[in-house]
Design a protein around this ligand. Sequence first.
Ligand code: NAG
Ligand code: NAG
Length: 587
Amino acid sequence: MTMFRRGLCILPVLFLSGNCQFLFPFLHFDNPASNGLNFGSDGDITKEGVAQDNVETAYKGKWELFTENSGVSAMHLLILPKIDQALMFDATVWKISKLKLPGPPCRIVEGTNEQDCFCHSVLLDIETAKIRPLRLNYDTWCSSGALDVNGRLVSTGGYNNGSDTVRILDICPNCEWQEYPGALGNGRWYATQVTLGDGRFMVFGGRNFPTYEFVPPEGQRNAKNQVFPFKFLAETHDPVENNLYPFVYLSTDGNLFIFANNRSILLNPNTQQILHEFPVLPGGARNYPASGSSCLLPIRLQPDETRKLIPAEVLICGGTSHEAFTLADLKRPKVFVPANKDCARIDITKRNGKWKIQTMPSPRIMGDAVVLPTGDVLLINGAQSGSAGWDDARDPNFTPVVYHVHGQKGGSKFTELAPSKIARLYHSSSVLLPDGKILIAGSNTNPGYMDNALFPTEVRVEKFSPHYLDPKLAKFRLEIVLDQSTNQINYGKRFTVQIRGDDEALDEQKLQVNIYYPAFTTHGISMNQRLVQLGTVQVIKNVAPKTHNIILQAPINGNIAPPGYYMLFVTYNGVPCRRAMWVQLLL
Ligand SMILES: *[C@@H]1O[C@H](CO)[C@@H](O)[C@H](O)[C@H]1NC(C)=O
Ligand SMILES: *[C@@H]1O[C@H](CO)[C@@H](O)[C@H](O)[C@H]1NC(C)=O
C-alpha cells in the first residue's frame, strides 16, 4: 500500500492580497494560483494522495426532493445506526408543527393546563420517506447530542425544562424517547456535546453557563460540584455571545480542541488543565450567532500504525463580523453584513500550529461542513449575509462547495456544485447518508411555524448527490459483501471487508477504506463528526469472480476513533461504494 509522507514539501509562504487587511505573523496565507500544480500549503500532498482522494469529473451533482413534508422542521438531524432512520426534531416551545401526534396523550404545556397535541420529533426512513412520530415532553430547542457505544442517541440540554435534561433514544423499531430532567448540573441551551475516547460524553457551555460537565450515566444526576467553571467561555463572550455552540473536537492525543468566537485552546479532559492556546483566528467570530461551519478533517492512518502522534487538523469556514448580530437583530432598519469568505485550517496536534487561510468562492454563515466519504468536505446550506437569529439573514447561499482537503489539479481547493432552489438558513441541517448522498432538511428563521414569512418554515427534505455520484463513474462503485465482512471491530485488530466490483482487475492503489462517525447536526455545527481513513494491510484479489478481500487495521485507540457505530465506506478511484456498512468499534 501507498504510504503518505507528511511534512516533506516546504511551500513558499505567500500573502494573498485582498484576502485580509492585516498580516499576522502566525498566519500562513497561500495563493493557490501561484502554485500551479501544487496544492496549497499543507505539506502532505503526494501524487498518490491526490489520485486516491480526487475523482476526475465535471459533474456538478444533482438535487432531488425527497419529501414535501417531514412533519417537523429538522433543526436537529442525525442518522441512527443500523435502522437507517433520520431523526429530526425541533422544539416544543411553539406548541405546533406540521404533524399531529397519532393519538393521546398530548403533552401538558409546562406550568399550565394547556395541551400540545403536535409532534416535535420524528424518524424519517431514508429510503421510503415514511415518518414515525415520537413523543417528547422536555424542550429540545437548541440542544446537543451524540451516539453512544450501542448506537443510542444521548441528547443533552435544550430550553426551559429541557435545559438540564438528558434524553435517550434507542435504535429498536418501536423505541421512544426516555427523558431525564434535572440530570445536568447547569442548563445547556446552545451547548456542545463531545464524545471522549472511552465513550463518555462532556457538554460545554450554553447560554449563561460558561461551564462544562461530564454527562452522567443514564438515570443519574450531576450535583452542582460536578460542574466545572470554564473561564475560556466567559472570556470569549461578546456582548452578543458569538461563543455558543463552541466547536469541540477530540484530538488524536485524547485532548479536546475547543474553539469559541476567535480563540481556541487544548484542554485535557481528565485533569481539566488547559495545555495550550492556539493563535487567535482574526477576521470575525465563528460561533453562534456568528455561526461559521467547522469540522475535524479526516484522520489518516497507516497500516500497522506505530506513530506516537497522529496528525489531526480542524477546518473552520465562514462566519461573520463580531457585530453582525447586533446589526441584523437589534438595529432598525436591519443591516445584513456580508458573511466571511475565509476558510481556516490548523493542525491541532502541534504546539506551533498556525492557521492557514484560503478564500471560498462565496461568503457563508450558518452552513454545514459535511465530511464526505472520500475525505473531502462539502460546505452546504446557509446565507451570504446577516446573522443567525430570527429573520436575521439574507441572500441564501444555494451553491454547495467542495473543499478538496488535499487540493486538486490546477491548484484550487474549491469546486462549486449545482445550486439548490430551497433556502436553507437558520435552523437548517444536513447529514451524510450511507449511499454517499447528503440529506438536507430544516430551515426556520421564524419563531414558530410560518408559511407566509419571507423565508417560510421549511419541512421539505432534499437529497443531494455530490460530484462523485456522476453516473459515468458508476462502474467504480463497489459493493460491500456484508456476510463476508466483519461488522464488529476491535481496537488495533485486523479485520476483513469483502468487496465486489465490475472490474476483474482491481487497482489496489486506488482503494481506500474510511469509517465515519455520524454527526449530530444543528445550527451549522456537526457534533462529533469524524472520518478515519484506515490503513490497508493487504488486498487479496479474486477470492471469487470480481470479488476481493481487504485486510484492514482498526484504529489503535479511542482517541483516534471513539467506540460506537461507524459507516464504513470503501472508495475506489475517489468514488464511494454503493452503500456503507455499519460497523461497531469496541474496546
Ligand atoms: C417546567 O417548568 C415550569 C416553570 O417554568 C414548572 O411550573 C413546571 O412544573 C415544569 N414542568 C415539568 C414537567 O417539570
Ligand atoms: C477576537 O475577538 C475579540 C472579542 O470579540 C476581539 O476583541 C478581538 O479584537 C478579536 N481578535 C482578532 C485578532 O480579531
